[in-house]
Design a protein around this ligand. Sequence first.
Ligand code: 5AD
Length: 347
Amino acid sequence: MSSFSRTDIIKMLSLEGRDKEKLFRKAVKLRNKAVSDCVYLRGLIEFSNICRNDCLYCGIRKSNRSINRYEYLSDDIITCVDEIVANGINSIVLQSGERSDASFIRNLAEILETIKTKYPAMVITLSVGEQTRETYRIFRKAGAERYLLRIETSSREHYGKLHPGEMSFDNRVRCLHDLQDLQYQVGTGVMIGSPYQTMENLAEDILFFKRIDIDMCGMGPYIPSSGSPLAGLPYDKEKSIDLGLKMITVLRHVMPDINIAVTTALETLTQEGWELGLLAGGNVIMPQFSPPLTRKEYMLYDNKPLFRDENISLTDSIKKIAIKCGMRLAAGDPGNSVHFKKKHGVH
Ligand code: 5AD
């Protein structure tokens, strides 16, 4: 497989017009060949917005006093899972703010076991931040098979500008390695267009994904969250969308057989975000299944969509999008990472 240099990647990220279109079309071909032409779904449950971190860009950072904090009980989560199953989806993402107290760990492990008992075929992805290796082991044993933990930026210096001093870039990298050791399918990602970010940072992000050999990626444009410490800084929405799409395309060229999610942040910034993301080479969509009442409390950034059109079934509307993009909807297929399967000799 050809290898890409930082200069190659910066060039690809800078293409415009016909050259850019060509790059996108090739990414779609690479995806269809290395993974498939299917769109895979994950039902997203944002089960708590309680967080110990104070990330300078985030709407649920701990110092934000203007939101109500919530945490679902086991039954609430199972109700969400039931709805996801009713939509024919066999893959869920359980996401929350970061906590590491014993009761959080115990409760979550129990919830994982309950879900796996009720729905043995359900593939569970966790996204609950930085934890100890032992905690990751407990969750893995309880039934989680995949984990999402964004590095946010692969530059230590840039990381320092987006996070408070007590957060450590090295610990985040340690987490990703522990997760891989524990045989999780591991996904990471970055925010695109975040304050102080350079093109070099983005190129290095792609090389970081390749170097640590991820199985999945979720990258989305940065969107200012009003009231957050970084909210007042200059922000170019159009550029964030453009680069957000290009990052998907370039990553597909560099790592053709990984799963790449088209994020809610992209869908928030532009009406056809999901479509554009699939046409850029993405293959995973993660619709929200959190109960409507708590959605407004999980505002990672401004204008995050709260409701969808309830008159048309979710899978039907995504099916339409898939067809429009020349793809097929594989609703019930949990869509394991082909990259992971190859690495571990699973077929
Ligand atoms: N804009 C875009 N994405 C954000 N996230 C948090 N805050 C923002 C924001 N303002 C993303 C982070 C985190 C994920 C759960 O949400 O990348 O990892």
